[in-house]
Design a protein around this ligand. Sequence first.
Ligand SMILES: *Cc1c(COP(=O)(O)O)cnc(C)c1O
Length: 366
Amino acid sequence: MVEFLNLQKINSKFEGIFKNEFEMFLNNGKYILSDHVLNFEKEFAHFCGSKYCIGTSNGLDALQLIFEAYKLLGKLSVGDEVIVPANTYIASVLAIANTGLIPVLVEPEINSYNIDVKKITEKLTLKTKAIMGVHLYGQLYNVSALKNICETNNLILIEDAAQAHGAIFNGEKSGNLSDAAAFSFYPTKNLGALGDAGAVTTNNESLATVISKLRNYGRKTSFENDFKGYNCRLDELQAMFLRVKLKYLDEENEKRKSIAKIYYENIKTNKILLPECKDFNQHVFHLFVVRSDRREEFRRYLLENSIETQIHYVTPIHHQKAFKEFSSLNLPITTVLHQEVLSLPLNPSLEEREISLVVDLVSKFR
Ligand SMILES: *Cc1c(COP(=O)(O)O)cnc(C)c1O
């Protein structure tokens, strides 16, 4: 069986280091916002090339803290509109709605799956105050186009970088391509913790200060609270695991890219469509998502031949009960993508024989 993703296997190569680190953690007895969190924040900011990094409980909280902080700084208000791709994981849109802002869904390009820049301008209104770009499946959105639209229209640009740790545009990494970025370190992500974790990166000092208070009850010092905050802290133990794994992130992303290259060069078929990759620097292949108008048949065929696949995602946001206010939206490209996409196994612990099996069987689908 070629497993879609085996997290035990992904983390097993770090087992020795984790055990040593955990023994020191036990001896040390510091559990909250201590050396591992502070050092991870420095190391991850350095990795992204951004000035500040604030560790958070998860990726959704990271996004929500960005919006809450902009509200406290007077840059956003309840009821403001935020442009977001209709084709994304639901967390992107939840973060906007949960903080009292209005998500405005924009269709993707059918081949890259990322937001269609040409369709943004027609959605801009006097209430539009921000754009949230999402680097879906690990591929950067059109960075220069989104920056231009935001500069021209005086909008805040927020990056949902939860699937694109380490992707590079013109020498700049994801997390440093916008006003503020949110990362998730959910275990399946390119940089994954052994539980929930996330972070915000930014070069904006006042934003960073507000977010670092907000994630810790709004606290400035142990006896002064500047804001009505939350408990959204990055866990010390998860930061410890992340510090170990961050050192291997570039290497693991290279492994992902080399597998993607094997798929591109060797999968020979006109029965399915491979994803568009604009530039191998700009894609870290969090997922390798192909399309088929006979998806269920294709998926069953692969499973019968011992290849596990997944669907990212089954139901579009505008068809979710949670977002019934969007149920009448006409988003044909988003809808068809949700019917046709299938994610093939691609992760750093895939073995050569498994990669060949995927190539072989996908090519033989009739
Ligand atoms: C995973 C993910 C999130 C949410 O991260 P969590 O850590 O699970 O809260 C947000 N946006 C995108 C695009 C994601 O893939």
